[in-house]
Design a protein around this ligand. Structure first.
Ligand code: CAA
Length: 381
């Protein structure tokens, strides 16, 4: 067991932190207030190689170990949780699913552009009536000649309105009465595809979340991703990996929230002393830091299992469950330290508190993570 990062991992972490502090942090408030998509930063992250971290060099990427991707996401999330989820979905859900399940033609067509950020990707599983119950999709895919025709509505698509292409899941009847899922690579200009309304969310304002309307959407048959009827395995396998990215996003936000709480406690005075001198505040800081470190360890452990080629479904759900709940508790306490000012938009903690709330919902709610973990434990025993 080794708890030390390698020299390369340390260098990458320092490089992303430097970029995030100098370039992203100063502009985050304005982007969040105006709900503006952070295109400028994505272009730069593409040039830095961050968007290609799940793609090998033969397809134009900068493939690293999974810990490195997690470190990058954590550092981006410290500056902008919105940007972190955009990058995580692009790398771990869009690029990785093509890398893992795509054929050579699909890889050659999509990955080199995606690696550089010239093509931005989304992942669309959820529907208005199917969130946690993700197999129960109403969107239908029917093969007609050289095309699949897709009809239905998809919801809560991170980056949906901005993505050039998306992995879209739809149901298919493989034999009378037997429904399975198909996965497709759908480009935004395919006939019958429309990215419609953008959700007005509580937080993560510069991560735009859209609805897709598919009306006789024509998808070339060669854009089927993986085998006919095996889309559920594409979705759930890719989510196993990307949930570790959401855990990293939660750790990054938690880290920033603690920094803000500690900074405020060392400045604010009450009863003739800095409030950091009160034990009530010191205990909050101790609890927040312990939770953050535990979340980080679970997150790195799950990523390390990927790097070692071992199963990681259960550990990914544990990391996502613990880190997302921890980030919410930490944001709550860090805001509490700020007192009334924490409730004001003048202080960053107000945004972090709102942003954290999404973590225990998207990419599988905390209840779904508990279901996955307990299924594994019951099967193991
Ligand atoms: N890896 C690979 N394959 C898997 C798998 C895994 N971890 N888990 C399940 N599968 C396969 C099964 O083998 C099965 O395959 P076949 O159809 O070929 O037999 C299929 O997937 C269905 O599996 P189950 O019967 O176990 O499925 P289920 O319905 O009982 O439960 C679930 C699965 C865990 C509850 C799942 O529905 C789930 O994770 N739900 C949450 C969905 C979710 O996370 N949504 C997030 C949307 S994406 C998002 O939020 C991104 C964003 O934009 C931020």
């Amino acid at each position: 067991m080794n708890f030390e990062l390698t020299e390369d991992q340390k260098l990458l972490k320092a490089m992303v932190r430097d970029f995030a502090q100098k370039e992203i942090e100063p502009k985050v408030k304005i982007l969040e207030d105006t709900h503006e998509f952070p295109r400028e930063f994505l272009d730069k992250l593409g040039k830095l190689g961050i968007l290609g971290m799940t793609i090998p060099s033969e397809y134009g990427g900068t493939k690293t170990d999974h810990i490195s991707l997690i470190l990058a996401l954590e550092e981006i999330a410290r500056a902008s949780p919105s940007l972190a989820v955009i990058v995580s979905v692009h790398c771990s859900l869009f690029c990785y699913s093509i890398m893992k399940f795509g054929n050579k033609t699909q890889k050659k067509k999509y990955l080199p552009k995606a690696a550089k950020g010239e093509m931005l990707g989304a992942f669309s599983l959820t529907e208005p009536g199917a969130g946690s119950d993700a197999k129960n999709l109403k969107t239908k895919s029917i093969r007609e000649g050289d095309f699949y025709i897709l009809n239905g509505t998809k919801s809560w698509v991170t980056t949906g309105s901005e993505a050039d292409a998306s992995i879209i899941f739809a149901s298919t009847e493989i034999k009378p009465g037997v429904k399975k899922l198909n996965a497709f690579i759908v480009e935004k200009n395919f006939p019958g595809f429309l990215a419609s309304k953008i959700e007005e969310k509580m937080g993560l304002h510069s991560s735009l979340t859209a609805e897709y309307v598919l009306e006789d959407c024509q998808v070339p048959a060669e854009n089927l991703l993986g085998e006919e009827g095996k889309g559920a395995a594409v979705a759930f396998h890719c989510l196993d990996g990307s949930r570790i990215g959401i855990a990293a996003q939660a750790v990054g936000l938690a880290d920033k929230a603690i920094e803000e709480g500690v900074k405020y406690a060392q400045q604010r005075e009450a009863f003739g002393r800095k409030i950091s001198e009160f034990q009530a505040i010191q205990f909050m800081i101790a609890d927040m830091s312990t939770l953050r470190d535990a979340a980080r360890l679970l997150t790195y452990k799950a990523a390390d299992l990927i790097d070692k080629g071992k199963p990681y479904t259960k550990e990914s759900s544990m990391a996502k469950l613990f880190a997302s709940e921890a980030a919410n508790k930490i944001a709550y306490q860090a805001l509490q330290i700020h007192g009334g000012y924490g409730y004001s938009k003048e202080f960053l903690i107000e945004q972090l508190y709102r942003d954290a709330r999404a973590f225990s919902i998207y990419e599988g709610t905390s209840e779904i993570q508990r279901l996955v973990i307990s299924r594994y434990l019951l099967e193991e025993c």
